[in-house]
Design a protein around this ligand. Structure first.
Ligand code: DUC
Ligand code: ZN
Ligand code: ZN
Length: 480
């Protein structure tokens, strides 16, 4: 009896110009069961076919630093949860997010992880893993909880050197780094000197300088430089790699360059706000709203100046930075839950820190990095997908275009557009990048072979995103 053979693939992307962290080549991409099954010319038909007509295709982004539905002290509340945050991510070409399960002081890490799973469950449109935030490294956390959680797939954690409810002292950081070393985890460090910030903040307040723009004055670059140097020293003492997050400018870059020159495994991340914003954005006056509008750009470390933007671009191009993340921290400008806690224009100390950027991260870097000639397309892929996947134990399943990898892909539409908050899919009521002229936007985002964004319409489904247990970081050589 004759039966019609079923198609070899569920979907074939025809005529792709595929770009990886190493190569670029013209091929068809055959997708079966959510994974890349074949790369080649003239592949057999798929059940569905999409001709991408030679357009650039990159791996779906891995946003390894974003905050979604992270508990905050009332009345402040994050505007994006796993539903709206991952919807926004997918429309901007990101297919994996790694937000933070944050331990509250006096509580266990396990409670934070269980609570965070409840927040994510049934909501995510794309795949997600969790970093931990360790804020209370008790003997039980160090000896039992953390090793057990690392073994279960929570292989990275963030340590804070500032923020009263999160910060660790140097001895505590050493203890946690020692666990990272023994159990092969990746420690991320928020490097700013807490005492310097508090001392400066009090002096600014005493002289009535409390407008949003003074946030930048309370956290000058030396505050970041000192903490970066200290974090490097602590890492060297324990002999364990660390990744310094959201590096903002020259002073911290110099410390990291020095450490890497010594052969230390110091990795670094930067974010769009340090390429496209300056401290002046914290002081803008317009719309008759006085200078408080700058609260929209209050984040830590604060944006610096134009010359520091150049330093960050150079660090992206020359390999100083390993990862480019959004640090999406979604607080609305209007309202009691956002940048007006309690409905007020408050002193900068009380303005929630953070800006939205989960949807704009990839298009900003593709447009202003690759298409503007500052970065190679390979470097873009490395920074936005391959390296974050390696740093946090998700590679080779995520972060590459390779046989056996998840079919998480972005097809780029190269067209002129003006960024406007109305085109974004987050729940935040502004984007700090409004008005920027971009040269491209994702025309298709595929998550495990499903089209979740087609350039104009979102096709996700809350709950289709899967939790990813992370393996060991693979940025460093290992015995095989
Ligand atoms: N700084 C952080 O450290 N996290 C969230 C946002 C911010 O501005
Ligand atoms: Zn931070
Ligand atoms: Zn952050």
């Amino acid at each position: 009896m004759y039966t019609t053979p079923s198609p070899a693939f569920d979907l074939v992307l025809r005529n792709a110009h595929a770009i990886t962290a190493a190569d670029e080549f013209d091929c068809d991409i055959g997708i079966k069961d959510g994974m890349i099954a074949a790369l080649g010319r003239g592949l057999a038909p798929g059940e569905r076919e999409i001709d991408v007509a030679g357009r650039n295709v990159t791996p779906g982004g891995v946003d390894a630093h974003c905050h979604l539905d992270q508990p905050t002290a009332p009345p402040v509340r994050m505007a994006d949860d796993f539903d709206t945050g991952t919807r926004s991510a997918a429309c901007g070409g990101t297919t994996t997010v790694i937000p933070f399960a944050a331990q509250q002081k006096g509580h266990s890490l396990r409670e934070a992880v269980d609570d965070y799973h409840r927040r994510a469950n049934g909501k995510a449109h794309i795949d997600y893993a969790f970093h931990l935030i360790v804020s209370d490294p008790t003997p039980d956390v160090l000896n039992r909880e953390l090793p057990a959680l690392i073994a279960e797939g929570y292989t990275s954690f963030k340590l804070y050197m500032t923020y009263d409810d999160l910060k660790l002292d140097d001895g505590q950081i050493l203890d946690v780094l020692d666990v990272a070393r023994k159990h092969g985890a990746m420690a991320m460090v928020h490097a700013e000197n807490s005492d310097c910030i508090e001392w400066l903040t009090k002096r600014l307040e005493a002289s009535g300088r409390t407008a949003p723009r003074f946030h930048a004055h309370s956290r000058p670059m030396l505050v970041e430089r000192e903490a970066t140097h200290r974090a490097i020293s602590l890492s060297q003492l324990v002999d364990v790699p660390i990744l310094i997050v959201h590096v903002s400018g020259k002073d911290a870059v110099e410390q990291i360059r020095w450490a890497r020159g010594l052969g230390l495994n110091i990795f670094a991340e930067t974010c769009p706000q340090y390429l496209f914003l300056t401290a002046e954005d914290l002081g803008i006056e317009s719309d008759g709203q006085g200078s408080y509008l700058g609260a929209r750009c209050v984040c830590s470390p604060p944006p610096r100046d134009k010359s520091n933007q150049d330093v960050i671009w150079n660090g992206l191009a020359d390999g100083l930075f390993t990862v480019f993340s959004s640090d999406h921290a979604p607080f609305k400008y209007e309202g009691v839950e956002g940048k007006h806690p309690g409905g007020e224009e408050v002193a900068f100390r009380h303005i929630p820190n953070g800006i939205p950027g989960i949807e704009t991260r990839m298009p900003l870097l593709w447009s202003e990095g690759v298409l503007a000639g500052r970065l190679t397309a390979q470097k873009f892929v490395e920074l936005t997908a391959t390296n974050p996947a390696k740093a946090y134990g998700l590679h080779p399943r995520k972060g590459s275009i390779a046989i056996g990898a998840d079919a998480d892909l972005v097809v780029w539409d190269e067209r002129e557009l003006t960024l406007d908050n109305a085109m974004l899919h987050h729940e935040v009521d502004y984007t700090p990048y409004a008005g920027m002229q971009l040269r491209a936007w994702p025309g298709l985002t595929l998550s495990r072979g499903e089209v979740v964004w087609d350039g104009s319409t979102f096709h996700g489904r809350a709950g289709r995103g899967q939790f990813l247990a992370c393996g060991a970081p693979t940025l460093m050589p290992r015995k095989r």
